[in-house]
Design a protein around this ligand. Structure first.
Ligand SMILES: [Zn+2]
Length: 247
């Protein structure tokens, strides 16, 4: 095989690996943001339940104030009983006492209902706090994993970049420029395999004379359709990883 072609195949493999790594790296911030969102969401549930409990307490205190007022009124009625002169006045007073007791009972029922609600809300707060703690702990662990992966990918990219430079140093400048240009124009795939006379880069069938030329692997031959540099895989027995992507 033409040494320059062999080098370009190696460089393409490095670039494909680097592209995959960059893609993964670019996706990491979104994963971190998702962790933040999960944590805020869990904290929001705790906050909402706490606000609910505060509202419950405020409503209960309001009802208790009302109940105390009714109770004060009732004890005043008891004092009035002694001062009542007529049957009519007495009947009216009894009626007022009855009404006041009725409203006191209603208030007590409402207060009891709010106390029961408060138990439920308190339990919900405890559960939400446990969930928040779990989400935070899991988030921290995942965050550390992501940070470690980021470092690994950055090291890998540096290694791939170094190797790429060393490989390209052995090639003629115009060929490097051509490779770089095709790489940019053709979605990071500048060197494509020939598969049954078809360019694996754009999936267009080559003219027989061009395909024949490519099979010799002794010159830089490009695809008529996508301009990618073509080569014929050497050993048909080895299973090559597919570097084909749509043109
Ligand atoms: Zn092509």
């Amino acid at each position: 095989m033409l040494p320059a072609l062999a080098t370009l195949i190696v460089v393409q493999d490095l670039d494909t690996a680097a592209e995959t790594a960059r893609h993964r790296l670019a996706g990491l911030p979104a994963l971190l943001q998702q962790l933040d969102r999960d944590s805020s969401e869990a904290a929001g549930v705790v906050e909402a339940a706490k606000q609910q409990l505060a509202a419950n307490g405020a409503a209960r205190r309001d009802l208790e104030t009302q109940a105390s007022a009714v109770e004060a009124r009732l004890s005043r009625f008891e004092d009035h009983k002694a001062a009542v002169k007529t049957n009519q006045e007495f009947t009216a007073l009894l009626h007022e006492i009855e009404v006041a007791r009725g409203s006191k009972d209603a208030l007590d029922d409402q207060i009891l209902g709010l106390l029961e609600d408060a138990d439920g809300i308190t339990a919900a707060i405890a559960e939400a706090e446990q969930t928040l703690a779990r989400v935070k702990a899991k988030g921290e662990a995942t965050r550390r994993e992501i940070e470690a992966e980021k470092t690994t990918i950055e090291h890998e990219l540096a290694r791939l970049g170094g190797e790429r430079s060393r490989e390209l140093a052995g090639l003629e400048a115009p060929l490097v420029a051509r490779y770089e240009q095709i790489l940019k124009q053709r979605r990071m795939l500048a060197v494509a395999r020939l598969e049954r006379d078809v360019c694996s880069g754009c999936h267009v069938k080559l003219r027989p004379v061009v395909a024949q030329h490519v099979r010799h692997n002794d010159a830089i031959v490009t695809c008529d359709s996508c301009q990618r540099i073509l080569y014929a895989p050497a050993a048909p027995a080895t299973v090559e990883t597919s570097d084909a992507s749509p043109a």
